[in-house]
Write a protein that binds this ligand. Structure first.
Ligand SMILES: *Cc1c(COP(=O)(O)O)cnc(C)c1O
Length: 397
């Protein structure tokens, strides 16, 4: 094992902070006993604040994919049409999952370089006079590309089309890193996961609900048992779960929420914005292109960079892992070998970013990838500037 900490700079799972590790490191307790009740109540209430909702949040002992399935099987019936947008690999996987469940997916094609286009969603819904489409599903932060879908614009598109479809949003790699508002943005089901912005190990995932989603669940006919919201919500009201919860991850979750609230959500979001901006400045100095082509949609939790033609991203990543013990995200699906992704989310500060960018810059040299020097310097210049110091003040104003 190399000395020092491994740099886990993939866009999830992310580095687990010591406070969370310490919180998890406890004996497991009786999940039906009195001591559990407080833990259950704390995390269920805390997750409502994280999602910015007054309505119930369901916590599953599952990876994010489980919560994707839960969102669909609780609200929809076999043969229902759903509208999805091809923003990248994760949107494509959600499409595949929905199709396997017996839903009929209208997949709006995309070039994997931007978020879902609200105008496209609006025109599809306007053309659907019979309201056959029962749900619109979008990925807030497309982790394969580093492009954000502007959810309020999608909400507006649905409203302007006067269409009753539910709005389902995947926030697995944006929750607690990028500003997100379940109630204010009129989302019906928000899907989240533990191992990205929430700084926990993998193993928990979430559905935040709306009253409209709960109403849809009464009539939805897709088969469900383990994922059934109604089975959860009864015991959850008293702080308990219908089956064995991931108790130790819930200890970690309580601590992670406390950390986020000690720092303050606005500060957490502006910290992520600042690190994303510093990363893009490094990329510009290196003369490497950011995959996301729409500046308003740049992700603050990760940045995907395109390799120069004829150079393989996986060779670069392997060189960086071998020499500097840092993991970077691979290109997924059709982007395999063409991009590498820098995760700058979760338990992360200015100097973690500088270690990360220094590792990338040295790796570019080692792997013989054509670039200009000075990316790490450009990031340092930005981080040390008044502009970066004011990034938080701007948001708070
Ligand atoms: C990580 C991720 C997923 C998949 O979650 P798992 O926990 O691997 O099942 C889905 N969507 C997005 C946007 C993700 O980043």
């Amino acid at each position: 094992m190399p000395a020092g900490r491994h740099f886990l700079q993939i866009p999830g799972p992310t580095n687990v902070p010591d406070r969370v590790l310490r919180a998890i490191d406890r004996p497991t307790i009786d999940h039906r006993g009195p001591e559990f009740e407080q833990l259950g109540k704390d995390v269920l209430a805390g997750m409502k604040r994280v999602f910015r909702t007054q309505h119930p949040v369901v916590i599953y002992p599952a990876s994010g994919t489980g919560a994707w399935e839960a969102a669909l099987v609780n609200t929809l019936s076999p043969g229902d049409r759903v509208l999805m947008a091809e923003t990248g690999h994760f949107a494509s996987l959600w499409n595949k999952l929905a199709t396997k469940l017996g839903l009929v997916v209208d997949f709006i094609p995309g070039d994997w370089r931007r978020g879902a286009v609200a105008a496209d969603i609006r025109s599809r819904l306007e053309a659907d006079k019979g309201h056959a489409i029962k749900a619109v599903c979008v990925v807030h932060n497309e982790t394969s590309t580093g492009a954000v879908t502007r959810v309020p614009l999608v909400r507006k598109a649905i409203d302007e089309a006067r269409h009753p479809a539910l709005l389902l949003v995947d926030t697995i790699s944006s929750l607690a890193s990028i500003d997100y508002r379940h109630d204010e943005w009129g989302v019906d089901v928000t899907v989240g996961g533990s191992q990205k912005g929430l700084m926990l190990p993998p193993g928990l995932s979430f559905n935040a609900l709306s009253p409209k989603a709960l109403e849809a669940a009464k009539h939805a006919k897709l088969p469900r048992s383990y994922w059934d919201w109604t089975e959860m919500l009864g015991p959850n009201a008293k702080g308990f779960f219908p089956y064995t919860p991931a108790t130790n991850l819930l200890y970690g979750l309580r601590e992670a929420i406390a950390m986020l609230e000690d720092e303050g959500y606005d500060n957490v979001f502006s910290r992520h914005d600042r690190h994303a901006e510093a990363t893009r400045r490094a990329a510009a100095a290196w003369d490497l292109e950011v995959l996301c082509a729409v500046p308003e949609e740049y992700s603050s939790s990760l940045t995907a960079l395109l390799m120069p033609a004829g150079h393989d991203a996986d060779r670069l990543r392997a060189a960086i892992l071998g020499r500097f013990d840092m993991s970077l995200g691979m290109g997924l699906g059709r982007l395999s070998g063409k991009v590498f992704r820098i995760g700058h989310l979760g338990d992360f500060n200015d100097l973690t970013l500088m270690g990360t960018l220094a590792g990338v810059e040295m790796g570019l040299v080692l792997a013989g990838v054509p670039h200009r020097k000075g990316g790490a310097q450009a990031a340092m210049d930005y981080l040390a500037s008044a502009e970066a110091a004011n990034a938080g003040v701007r948001r708070a104003a």
